[in-house]
Design a protein around this ligand. Structure first.
Ligand SMILES: Nc1ncnc2c1ncn2[C@@H]1O[C@H](COP(=O)(O)OP(=O)(O)OP(=O)(O)O)[C@@H](O)[C@H]1O
Ligand SMILES: [Mg+2]
Length: 227
């Protein structure tokens, strides 16, 4: 099992009082799965994503990533897990504005300590993989939304992560660019990458092999399906 969330609670403190945002979440994701998490605004999707992505810790319950108890990890250990095992894709791309596509894609390799020539080679391969071989030296401002998101996907996969985590990956894209991103996700999942994707668009969620729903911090599956 790649992800195991057991009775996860997350509270945020507001005026010194805890406000519950995630309530007893139980959720398992096996290697190779492709899961969509759907739910209305404010329901706790990004909060859950931050825990799965080892960016934040739960208030209570247990989260195992690839068998590792994340609550017991130091910040250093967490940054290594994030760098080596998880690729992140966000709604607004989060690219470095002054750096070219290939430099953006190289960044995770720089943090991983990969040497320069190898970094460039692998970043270029990732950009070819997402169909951007013609745009390697373009800056984000010179790219369309769909192209920017493909750079972000190249950056997310350049370290060959076990898990691709995407928070509204098509939220800022037109339908055609969104479809291209979904096509890419499907190919990556066929190649064995586990994907967990947040979306509030039903047509996008349909691209996943399993859909779970979050409402007011509680997670649900469709009847007959598991969490
Ligand atoms: N850092 C924080 N401090 C306090 N409250 C927070 C914090 N982050 C999120 N919240 C609250 O937690 C709840 C869930 O937020 P979250 O961002 O997880 O929602 P979401 O489902 O991702 O919504 P959206 O679809 O709008 O992105 C919201 O009520 C929000 O106000
Ligand atoms: Mg959100």
């Amino acid at each position: 099992m790649l992800l195991q969330l057991k009775d996860i609670d997350k509270d945020y403190m507001q005026d010194k009082l805890p406000v519950p945002v995630l309530k007893k979440i139980n959720f398992n994701v096996s290697d190779g799965e492709y899961v969509a998490i759907m739910g209305p605004s404010g329901s706790g999707k990004s909060t859950m994503m931050n825990i799965i992505g080892c960016l934040d810790k739960q208030t209570a319950g247990e989260f195992l990533f690839d068998g590792t108890d994340i609550a017991q990890c130091s910040d250093k250990q967490l940054s290594i897990i994030r760098n080596k095992k998880i690729g992140f894709v966000f709604q607004n791309f989060n690219l470095m504005p002054r750096q070219s596509a290939v430099e953006n894609v190289e960044l995770p390799l720089l943090y991983a300590g990969v040497k320069k020539s190898e970094r460039r080679k692998r970043a270029k391969e990732a950009l070819v993989r997402v169909g951007l071989e013609e745009r390697m030296y373009f800056k984000p401002t010179q790219l369309s939304g769909g192209q920017k998101q493909r750079v972000a996907i190249a950056r997310a996969i350049v370290n060959k992560p076990r898990l691709l985590l995407a928070d509204e990956p098509t939220g800022a894209l037109d339908t055609k660019s969104g479809d291209q991103v979904m096509e890419l996700f499907k190919e990556l999942n066929d190649e064995g990458v586990t994907i967990v994707m947040i979306t509030h668009e039903p047509e996008i969620a349909q691209c996943a092999k399993r859909i779970v729903y979050i409402r007011d911090g509680e997670l649900f599956a469709r009847e007959g399906e598991s969490l």
